[in-house]
Design a protein around this ligand. Structure first.
Ligand SMILES: Nc1ncnc2c1ncn2[C@@H]1O[C@H](COP(=O)(O)OP(=O)(O)OP(=O)(O)O)[C@@H](O)[C@H]1O
Ligand SMILES: [Mg+2]
Length: 262
């Protein structure tokens, strides 16, 4: 359903030229849940940014359900692609209320809908927030910047899936949270992805999480996919095995940010 075809991205700055993604092919089937690990600067975020349309690739194509997305701007892709990043404020409108943010999320890139909130919609939002089980149902009128990081990221998960996206992109969306909130967000993410059968790409530095969550795992280094695991190979993998695989590709521990593995 999603194909990256010989995708490359080179960043040219005044100082140097960085090949962030190098002639990468990747194909995801409907409902695939891909976890992505890799060294610092491996190109993980660039890969997700290219899919989201934050910038165009230097070469190659991105095809979603037969439609070439490559020339389509990010705001139009946002109707089809949901995204959550590390900073819980980035995915929400901080000065607006929880209810207003949910109303915005319902529009998913479409401009016409008014923001007025009929009582029926407010009731529906309350039910959906109750299901998150983090106490947000009583805070519909609360400004998002007054919520805790964990609460905001829980809201971001609901917002990204309120209108189910065709592809969900998660870029270290638990990395800024303490372990218990991170676990809560992983639990929520899994339940939404499984219930809605969302095709998902999740970047994480936490190797246990990468093994535990999802159906496929890729390792990236220097702009390339260097290994892929799926099926029992993935579910029965261990962190030392992954570290060993990395070392076979001459990736050193420092680059893997292993201190963030819990
Ligand atoms: N907008 C940009 N301009 C110039 N160089 C960039 C830009 N974005 C990324 N890069 C470079 O491209 C490479 C890949 O960066 P990317 O952010 O994709 O890495 P990453 O795998 O997400 O790393 P991390 O684990 O640190 O988040 C890095 O060398 C980075 O410095
Ligand atoms: Mg990154």
């Amino acid at each position: 359903m999603l194909s990256l075809e010989r995708l490359s991205k080179t960043f040219q700055t005044a100082a140097d030229r960085v090949v962030a993604i190098r002639e990468t092919d990747l194909h995801l089937e409907e409902g695939d849940f891909l976890t992505i690990i890799g060294s610092n600067g491996a190109g993980k975020s660039t890969l997700l940014n290219l899919i989201a349309g934050s910038y165009p690739p230097t070469s190659g194509r991105i095809v979603l359900r037969g439609v070439d997305l490559t020339g389509i701007p990010a705001h139009r892709r946002a109707r089809r692609i949901g995204r959550i990043v590390q900073d819980p404020l980035a995915g929400t409108a901080p000065s607006m209320t929880v209810a207003e943010n949910l109303a915005l999320a319902m529009k998913r890139g479409r401009r016409s809908l008014r923001l007025a909130l009929p009582r029926r919609l407010r009731r529906r939002f309350r039910e959906q927030l109750t299901a998150l089980n983090v106490g947000l149902e009583d805070r519909l009128r609360c400004r998002v910047d007054l919520l805790s990081g964990g609460e905001r990221q829980a809201l971001a998960v609901l917002m990204a899936t309120l209108v189910p996206p065709e592809v969900l992109l998660l870029d270290e969306h638990t990395a800024a949270l303490d372990p218990s909130n991170a676990a809560m967000i992983v639990r929520l993410t899994r339940s939404f992805v499984e219930r809605l059968n969302l095709t998902t790409l999740m970047v994480t530095h936490n190797m246990e999480q990468a093994i535990d969550v999802g159906t496929r795992l890729i390792m990236m280094h220097k702009g390339e996919i260097i290994e892929e695991l799926h099926g029992v190979e993935k579910s029965q993998a261990t962190v030392p095995q992954l570290v060993d695989l990395f070392s076979q590709h001459h990736v050193v521990d420092d680059e893997l940010l292993l201190e963030r593995v819990v």
